[in-house]
Design a protein around this ligand. Structure first.
Ligand code: IDP
Ligand code: MG
Length: 149
């Protein structure tokens, strides 16, 4: 079963959208396997966004991520990596479709509420960057037979 890393960014926490965001992944039918509420260290933020190191927004992005608490999560399910990206919406909330998290709640690209891994390789990297094996819980939803044929 596929796993992905999601992070409700400081703006999502401050906007009090934690419950709303979790609800969207729960009601879709995905399974929560890891969750922590935390202040992010500069080192972790820089590692997480290392791919963007040369971009002009890298400095302000890291400052923003470490500025206030985030909710780090791992979700599991069939096709969860690509599906979560659809549920989240396009990077710039002004281009995100209504019905997506960014489309429904955001305006600015630097305040786009939530991160989601973009591919199987990055999902694996990000899950192990943010969580230890012991912090992840293997379990099965009781409704599994009603979600999967
Ligand atoms: P993603 O979060 O949709 O995967 P990426 O291109 O990987 O988007 O960029 C990572 C994060 O960097 C974005 O979510 C956004 O917060 C920030 N970002 C991306 N492009 C810009 C920009 O042009 N200006 C300011 N911030 C940006
Ligand atoms: Mg990205």
């Amino acid at each position: 079963m596929e796993r992905t890393f999601l992070m409700i960014k400081p703006d999502g926490v401050q906007r009090q959208l934690v419950g709303e965001v979790i609800k969207r992944f729960e009601t879709k039918g995905f399974t929560l396997v890891g969750l922590k509420f935390m202040k992010v260290s500069r080192e972790l933020a820089e590692q997480h966004y290392a791919v963007h190191k040369e971009r002009p927004f890298f400095g302000s992005l890291v400052e923003f991520i470490i500025s206030a608490p985030v909710v780090a999560m791992v979700w599991e399910g069939k096709g969860v990596i690509a599906s979560a990206r659809k549920i989240i919406g396009a990077t710039n909330p002004l281009n995100s479709e209504p019905g997506t998290i960014r489309g429904d709640f955001g305006v600015d690209v630097g305040r786009n509420l939530i991160h989601g891994s973009d591919a199987p390789e990055t999902a694996q990297q990000e899950v192990s960057l943010w969580f230890t094996e012991e912090e992840l819980v293997s379990w099965q939803l009781a409704v599994t037979p009603w979600l999967y044929e």
